[in-house]
Design a protein around this ligand. Structure first.
Ligand code: HEC
Ligand code: HEC
Length: 162
């Protein structure tokens, strides 16, 4: 139950970042925005997957996809899972889908980046569910971090300012 709560908080943070993506003008960027080629890569793969799952986009993701282990992702509509892949994961790290997947089998676990992502999801859950709530005096009523907080469009989070 606790684990479920933590992963829920991790997903909430990621979904909040999606909402923000859509509502606010782009903040001042310290790094280049994803180029056309990244956007093309994401949209091409998502269009192909959507064609495959046509008519089932609103069903729970785990009834449509074969190998989901993160509770919140399992229960969200299959179509929304693809938005998490695009905005929550790929855009946050500035990578193509291929960084974590072999597109000939999306369910395969052959890339270490995919398993790292499952662990990163747990890390975000612990920070949001356990560590941030223990900090007194924060301005936000519900302070959260998500993938973008650290990665900011890069695979390797920076350790110093450029
Ligand atoms: C940073 C790593 C990462 C990136 C980038 C990424 N994914 Fe994923 N993807 C994952 C992980 C992790 C899972 C499994 C989640 C789970 O276990 O619940 C997954 C699962 C999936 C699944 C479900 C496969 C199945 O049958 O179980 C699909 C489809 C998918 N991703 C598509 C995409 C697409 C399309 C893109 C690019 C827009 C993308 N992913 C980018 C990490 C990534
Ligand atoms: C608290 C900061 C932090 C957060 C939040 C965070 N990461 Fe990371 N991530 C790191 C650090 C640090 C590394 C290790 C970089 C290195 O190799 O030195 C890393 C590495 C990774 C890598 C491997 C990088 C590579 O070379 O491909 C992936 C994939 C990744 N993170 C995905 C994610 C995803 C997806 C999320 C959101 C669910 C996330 N991370 C959230 C700090 C964070």
């Amino acid at each position: 139950m606790k684990k479920y709560l933590l992963t829920s908080l991790a997903a909430l943070a990621i979904l909040l970042s999606l909402a923000v993506t859509h509502e606010l003008p782009a903040p001042v960027q310290t790094h280049e925005m994803p180029g056309d080629s990244l956007t093309e890569n994401w949209d091409k793969h998502i269009a192909a997957i959507k064609a495959d799952i046509e008519g089932r986009e609103a069903l729970p993701a785990d009834s449509v996809f074969a190998n989901l282990s993160i509770e919140v992702l399992k229960h969200m509509p299959a179509g929304r899972l693809l938005n998490v892949m695009k905005f929550g994961f790929s855009r946050s790290l500035g990578v193509t889908c291929e960084h974590c997947h072999n597109p000939s089998d999306w369910s395969a676990d052959e890339k270490v980046e995919k398993s790292i992502t499952r662990d990163m999801f747990r890390l975000v859950g612990t920070i949001n569910g356990e560590l941030l709530p223990e900090i007194e005096g924060l301005k936000s009523r519900k302070a959260v971090v998500n993938c973008t907080t650290c990665h900011r469009g890069q695979k390797k989070p920076a350790l110093n300012l450029e």
